[in-house]
Ligand binder design. Structure first.
Ligand SMILES: NC(=O)c1ccc[n+]([C@@H]2O[C@H](COP(=O)([O-])OP(=O)(O)OC[C@H]3O[C@@H](n4cnc5c(N)ncnc54)[C@H](OP(=O)(O)O)[C@@H]3O)[C@@H](O)[C@H]2O)c1
Length: 208
């Protein structure tokens, strides 16, 4: 089977990191985005010809567009787009700060939407492709203490379900991935916590 090219956000740890390790081992080409290249210097050195590591904070919408446009320009064709970057925000709704609410929407929801929207015209022009969005089991059912995380994931699921129908005639497929809990940085290094929860311990949250 001919090798594919992938564009994946948030590959410094967790699902993103594990995904690109597998893909690179299989000889696939990967453009992976991080906020800090130090975290992934080993893979950059190991795969100089097939791994392009780019800096991207997905809350920066013009930067998303620039990165997506330049990646398609460089590679000619990108077969699979994976919107993976995201984090968890733990705490009761009334305990969260306005900044925490805005930031998780900008990352998990707007960041994912704009990443996918930026890729669509290119996928259409090249005659098709696949979009994979990391959602969660919590994109369909809700639990207390995670309201904003659920809001972003329920939101991205609605967006993807609509877009999937819009782009099916152009040979573009959309896949939502809904994992349960996995021991990534999600509940630890990456997690954001309401200021009123100083005793937070990632192990308290076992659902996702
Ligand atoms: N682990 C679970 O239990 C679980 C379950 C269901 C779904 N998920 C979903 O899986 C996806 C990946 O999470 P994970 O579990 O692999 O956690 P993770 O190990 O914390 O990885 C999250 C990745 O997203 C990146 N990221 C966070 N905010 C970003 C931003 N503003 N701009 C660019 N990159 C950003 C992180 O980069 P930095 O290293 O720079 O922070 C990291 O590379 C998320 O969408 C999450 O919602 C996770």
């Amino acid at each position: 089977m001919s090798k594919r090219t992938w564009l994946i956000t948030g590959v410094s740890s967790g699902f993103g990191y594990e995904m690109i390790k597998l893909l690179l081992d299989e000889g696939e080409k990967v453009i992976g985005t991080v906020r800090n290249k130090d975290k992934i210097s080993g893979l950059i050195e190991q795969y100089p010809d097939t791994f392009i590591c780019e800096l991207l904070d997905v809350t920066d919408v013009p930067a998303i567009r620039k990165l997506v446009d330049s990646s398609f320009e460089k590679f000619g064709r990108i077969d699979v787009i994976v919107s993976n970057a995201g984090y968890g925000l733990f705490g009761a709704a009334e305990e969260l700060s306005d900044e925490q609410v805005d930031h998780i929407i900008a990352t998990n929801l707007t960041g994912s939407i704009q990443f996918i929207r930026s890729a669509l015209p290119h996928l259409r022009t090249q005659g098709g492709g696949r979009i994979i969005q990391l959602s969660t089991y919590g994109g369909q059912v809700a639990f207390p203490g995670n309201s904003m995380y659920h809001a972003t994931k329920f939101g991205i699921e609605g967006f993807c379900e609509s877009v999937a129908q819009e782009v099916a005639p152009f040979n573009i497929g959309v896949t939502l991935v809904e994992p349960g809990g996995a021991r990534t940085e999600f509940r630890y290094g990456s997690a954001q916590v309401a200021k009123l929860m100083p005793e937070y311990d990632g192990n308290q949250h076992t659902v996702f």
